[in-house]
Design a protein around this ligand. Structure first.
Ligand code: SAH
Ligand code: SF4
Length: 419
């Protein structure tokens, strides 16, 4: 062993700049194939694969490289533009090739454990994927909110959330798992199935907007969220414009610039408080990345301008963050950092065991008025789907009830893990 090390060392010394030497900022031009695990039935799931991943999956199955390139192009179109889940419908591929594909591959969807419709038309789906079959607590949710002029799909990025915002039900889930690109884009594709919106068409869609505001912190699952949104935005695929996609973060400062550069969608920031003391309490991530740092990252966010403003989400909690002074401080901070911003006031949505109350209607109106008079638009968001627990911050797949003591213990554990 000693000998071998000595030889390696010698080799390195002879070639002070070996080709494999990492260069700071260097990006490997050769795509690294994703580690594809077969499904329970032994087939590889193609859902969530990029063009390159698809080609490599075919090459790994011993298809000759030129064939693989051509077939990948066809498959990609069928999967993301036409919404096909069955190789038999892919009529521009020869029949024996379709059979070959069918034996080795599948194009799945998350399976629907439960679907609910609210009295206001909001729909919520409880989902499960093949990879975590049989583990009920690992289910995740998506919500569709139809409006007169748009239809918004609220997409989850994780099962649960490692953060523990005091007012958010998802934060009380103990188990956390990152969703895969297939599970993230799969939510959009499943919604398209349900709405009958294949193939992708530019006009007359019901599903017009996407918000990464379901379960989880999208910037803690950056790569998978980015890869999934790239599929959603691809003009030959799902073809949703980046202007119609919004990513919401609780303030993961180090990832914000990358989100702007590599994804480029609209940014929403869960601000919720304007003083260190209150934000530390209700959004514990603030103890790691403070208000000033967060607002500076917003000022630096690539692509933000007056036509594409950053949304500040502000949950209205009675006697906690809803005073006139809070409203004035909010205006001052936005102006100090010269942010092209709008504020979304969200009435607090209660959940079993939550220890806050929603601010009164008059208080919310007054708060909105002060911000508005400060020159910043501050509409109050109408809660949707409250009756089926589909509103902001109410998503949590397993409806086990926890005592206050358990919730506090969990919050302390998650805070300790945050460092
Ligand atoms: N993790 C991301 C995105 C998901 S939450 C984030 O925190 O931004 C989407 C929005 O709903 C966030 O602004 C979140 O703070 C807010 N929210 C969470 N719980 C809520 C509740 N009980 N009532 C109202 N809004 C809530
Ligand atoms: Fe996580 Fe967002 Fe809920 Fe905070 S508000 S616990 S970051 S999902």
């Amino acid at each position: 062993m000693e000998n071998r090390r000595a030889i390696d060392y010698g080799t390195a010394m002879n070639h002070p700049q070996p080709l494999t030497m990492p260069i700071p900022g260097h990006i490997d031009p050769v795509p690294v194939p994703r580690d594809l695990k077969p499904r329970v039935d032994g087939r590889i799931d193609l859902l969530g694969l990029s063009r390159d991943d698809l080609r490599m999956a075919l090459e790994t199955a011993q298809l000759e490289p030129r064939q693989a390139k051509l077939r990948a192009k066809q498959l990609w179109h069928w999967i993301y533009n036409r919404g096909a889940t069955d190789f038999a419908v892919m009529t521009d591929i020869a029949k024996d090739m379709r059979v070959w594909l069918e034996q080795r591959f599948a194009v799945s969807r998350p399976s629907v454990v439960e679907a609910q419709v609210s009295t206001d038309g909001t729909r919520k789906w409880l989902l499960r994927s093949d990879a975590n079959d049989g583990q009920g607590s690992q289910d995740y949710e998506m919500v569709f909110i139809p409006d007169a002029d748009r239809g918004t799909l609220c997409v989850s990025s994780q099962v649960g959330c490692t953060l523990n915002c005091r007012f958010c039900y998802t934060g009380t889930m103990r188990l956390v798992r990152n969703l895969t690109p297939g599970e993230i884009v799969g939510q959009v594709m499943l919604a398209r199935d349900a709405l009958g919106e294949w193939p992708s068409q530019p006009e007359g869609r019901m599903l017009t907007n996407i918000v990464m505001m379901g379960m989880g912190e999208p910037l803690y699952n950056f790569d998978n969220v980015r890869d999934a949104l790239k599929l959603v935005m691809d003009g030959d695929g799902l073809a949703l414009s980046k202007r119609r996609i919004t990513l919401s973060t609780s303030g993961v400062v180090p990832m914000m610039a990358r989100a702007g550069e590599e994804i480029g969608v609209n940014l929403a920031v869960s601000l919720h408080a304007v003083t260190k003391a209150v934000r530390d309490e209700i959004v514990p991530l603030n103890r790691k990345y403070g208000l000033e740092e967060l607002l500076q990252a917003c000022a630096d966010y690539p692509g933000a301008n007056n036509a594409r403003r950053i949304t500040f989400e502000y949950v209205m909690l009675k006697d906690k963050n809803d005073s006139d002074d809070d409203a004035r401080e909010l205006v001052r901070l936005i102006k100090k950092y010269k942010l092209p911003a709008k504020v979304n006031l969200i009435p607090f949505n209660p959940w079993p065991g939550s220890d806050y109350q929603c601010s009164d209607r008059d208080r919310i109106a007054r708060f909105s008025d002060i911000v508005f008079k400060g020159g910043i638009s501050a509409p109050v968001r109408t809660p949707r789907g409250r009756d089926i627990m589909a509103a902001c911050g109410q998503l949590k797949s397993a409806s086990e009830k926890k005592s206050r003591a358990e919730l506090d213990r969990l919050a302390a554990e998650k805070q300790a893990a945050l460092g």
